[in-house]
Design a binder for this molecule. Structure first.
Ligand SMILES: Nc1ncnc2c1ncn2[C@@H]1O[C@H](COP(=O)(O)OP(=O)(O)OP(=O)(O)O)[C@@H](O)[C@H]1O
Ligand SMILES: [Mg+2]
Length: 276
């Protein structure tokens, strides 16, 4: 594994004073952070903290009420999602992104052709266009042996790997991963996030991800930012976040019963704290 990306490197993503409200709910409330190339930055917080809203403001699905989102200096605010995708912001693990009846290789070939603006040239199942490139990507995610299987026949964890290959086919500079391991068993979660970390380090891609398993977050994130009720309450390396009093308060709570995610996070944080 290569070294942790330098904190002094030029930021790939700069989010400044981001705000988004729904009626009276301040879903994202004055959030600022930066991310450098090759970095795996975890965005954590209880259910409803504003994580997905933050993602949606970055990739153009929502327009923020206020603030800046700069990708290598280019302001993304106000641009449609398709344009933001073309500028190099990928989003992974939307299940609809794979075609169950097509083979694993064909799914990745389509993504490569789409990225190259050649989708109109696709002329059927026998196409060899971009096949070598597709196989190379499948090799990178450990799925070359499955290249000619229909996607619909794959195990859930393998579909996630295909989605990762599809995301990489678009040549992203920044990958947004909103709960990429949802529904996966603990061992699969570790394998997938470990794989992502290796690949993005090699390629210098920045990753912003959310993850409810604190075990996975503490194991793989280079840095962590913590949201609670839309506010950024902590930011730092995993060891610092683990010891942060405010973060413990949010996860363990002093007043109420934690929600489902809070309970999951609390149990994991308790285990993590026990190991500290
Ligand atoms: N489209 C919407 N309309 C109205 N309220 C919304 C909308 N999207 C999100 N919210 C509200 O904004 C707040 C933040 O929601 P968000 O989905 O960003 O949280 P989250 O951190 O992603 O939660 P989870 O861990 O459950 O995915 C919540 O109070 C939510 O109810
Ligand atoms: Mg969410």
């Amino acid at each position: 594994m290569s070294a942790v990306p330098s904190a002094t490197g030029a930021p790939l993503l700069r989010v400044g004073s981001l705000r988004k409200a729904f009626g009276g709910v301040k879903a994202v409330d004055d959030v600022s952070f930066e991310l450098v190339p090759g970095e795996l930055l975890a965005l954590i917080g209880p259910n409803g903290a504003g994580k997905s809203t933050c993602f949606n403001c970055i990739n153009g699905q929502l327009r923020p009420d206020h603030g800046r989102v700069l990708l290598a200096g280019t302001d993304l605010v106000g641009r449609p999602p398709r344009e933001i995708w073309r500028l190099g912001v990928g989003r992974t693990f939307q299940i609809a992104a794979t075609w169950a009846s097509m083979t694993v290789a064909e799914n990745v070939q389509l993504a490569l052709l789409s990225h190259a603006g050649l989708l109109g040239r696709w002329w059927g199942r026998a196409s060899e266009m971009k096949r070598d490139e597709a196989i190379a990507l499948l090799d990178a995610v450990g799925l070359a042996a499955m290249a000619d299987q229909p996607c619909g026949a794959l195990a859930y964890g393998d579909v996630k790997r295909v989605e990762l290959a599809i995301a990489l086919a678009n040549g992203p500079r920044l990958l947004l991963m909103d709960e990429p391991t949802a529904g996966m068993a603990p061992r699969e979660r570790n394998e997938l996030v470990g794989l992502v970390k290796r690949l993005v380090r090699e390629r210098g891609i920045g990753v912003l991800f959310t993850e409810h398993s604190m075990d996975v977050v503490f194991e793989y994130a280079d840095r962590i930012i913590v949201l609670a009720r839309g506010r950024l309450i902590a930011e730092g390396v995993p060891e610092a976040i683990r010891d942060d009093a405010q973060v413990r308060e949010v996860y363990f709570g002093s007043t109420g019963v934690p929600g489902a995610a809070g309970a999951r996070a609390s149990a994991a944080a308790a285990r993590a704290a026990g190991q500290a």
